[in-house]
Design a protein around this ligand. Structure first.
Ligand SMILES: NC(=O)c1ccc[n+]([C@@H]2O[C@H](COP(=O)([O-])OP(=O)(O)OC[C@H]3O[C@@H](n4cnc5c(N)ncnc54)[C@H](OP(=O)(O)O)[C@@H]3O)[C@@H](O)[C@H]2O)c1
Length: 318
């Protein structure tokens, strides 16, 4: 089968077409004939070496859509030919066939394969950060950093669907602020200096890190939650004293889908199904701004790495 992978860490140029054997689904797994693969920041981190150096060919890709092509031993509730969106905790989605845990293969009911290609990681994360880590409650005010990105654009809509009273965002450029407004933000601010525009927030979603993380703590209301789920700025980790959290009634929460998929897979599935149901009813939508052939993965990664991406990008596989 055709796949796109890398055998050395580096820039987008290390991604190249490779021929690999079709993987076999093991117990509890399904084989998927991939239609679309979502492009995610985490795949860029994989390529850059955050998971270590590849041992042979590594194929990135944490989310796909497609049809179930084969069932591994013990799989029930799915049949060959079923259209699914799937989360692949070990990657492998930039390929004509990919193996996913059956628990993370979600039937696409009323959702196209195209939309389904960009949901199993992005939407699940957006829902999980809001409902799980940040414990969003109806009436809460929310600030979402990287508001125009894949997770951010979904999170704004999900926050609204869960009853958030005010939804603010931050982005790096004025053009992104204009773009992001379509997702229902009350206001989208330029990230530099955002604390001048917001205060007393119940929830802040932070996939950025560094100074943005510190500044985000300062705008939390009493019992406000800062939900940390990424380090897109690629800054060193922070060392934070705990006492100010107690003295200022502020909380820090974390979200990591890799850890959840190992320790609480039923939560991952519940968050995914809840988000997919919002998508199926039209309460939220996916804004697919780029659809490229599989072999153009380097181009998609270049856009992501330069911070120029908007909404959701997909690779068209078959
Ligand atoms: N913890 C988890 O389980 C989990 C799961 C999925 C995703 N995530 C995280 O969620 C975040 C969003 O993921 P995504 O795939 O939807 O990506 P994305 O938001 O579509 O793209 C990443 C965004 O990060 C911002 N950014 C800030 N500093 C950057 C830099 N130095 N280089 C590139 N971008 C930079 C850019 O937005 P601005 O132009 O607005 O700055 C960029 O658009 C990422 O941090 C990712 O690691 C975490």
């Amino acid at each position: 089968m055709l796949a796109v992978g890398f055998d050395v860490n580096g820039g987008p140029e290390v991604l190249r077409p490779v021929e690999l054997p079709v993987p076999e689904p093991g117990p509890g797994q399904v084989l998927i004939r991939v239609a679309y693969a979502g492009v995610n920041y985490g795949e860029m981190c994989h390529r850059l070496g955050d998971l270590g150096a590849p041992d042979g060919i590594d194929v990135p890709g944490y989310e796909v859509s497609g049809e179930v092509a084969a069932l591994g031993p013990g799989v029930t509730g799915l049949s060959c030919g079923d259209p699914v969106a799937a989360f692949l905790p070990d990657g492998g989605g930039y390929a004509e066939f990919a193996v996913a845990p059956a628990a993370f293969a979600y039937p696409l009911d009323g959702i196209s394969l195209r939309d389904g290609g960009g949901v199993a990681l992005s939407l699940t994360t957006a829902y999980g950060v809001l409902a799980g880590a940040a414990r969003l409650a109806a009436g809460d005010s929310v600030l979402i950093h990287a508001a125009a990105g894949g997770v951010g654009s979904a999170a704004a809509q999900i926050a609204r669907a869960l009853g958030a009273a005010a939804v603010h965002g931050t982005v790096s450029t004025a053009a992104k602020a204009v773009y992001a407004k379509r997702f229902g933000y009350d206001a989208v601010h330029i990230r530099d200096g955002f604390t001048a525009h917001v205060a007393e927030l119940d929830v802040v979603l932070d996939p950025i890190g560094g100074p943005t993380r510190l500044a985000s703590l300062s705008v939390l209301a009493p019992f406000g939650r800062l939900a940390v789920y990424g380090d897109a700025a690629r800054r060193p980790d922070l060392s934070l004293p705990v006492l100010p959290l107690r003295q200022q009634n502020r909380s820090l929460a974390g979200y990591d889908i890799a850890d959840l998929s190992r320790r609480a897979p039923t939560l991952v599935r519940a968050h995914a199904l809840a988000a997919l149901s919002l998508l199926a009813t039209g309460a939220i939508r996916l804004d697919i701004t780029a659809e490229l052939p599989l072999t153009s993965a380097p181009e998609a990664h270049e856009t992501l790495q330069s911070g120029l991406n908007l909404g959701k990008s997909l690779l068209r596989v078959s």
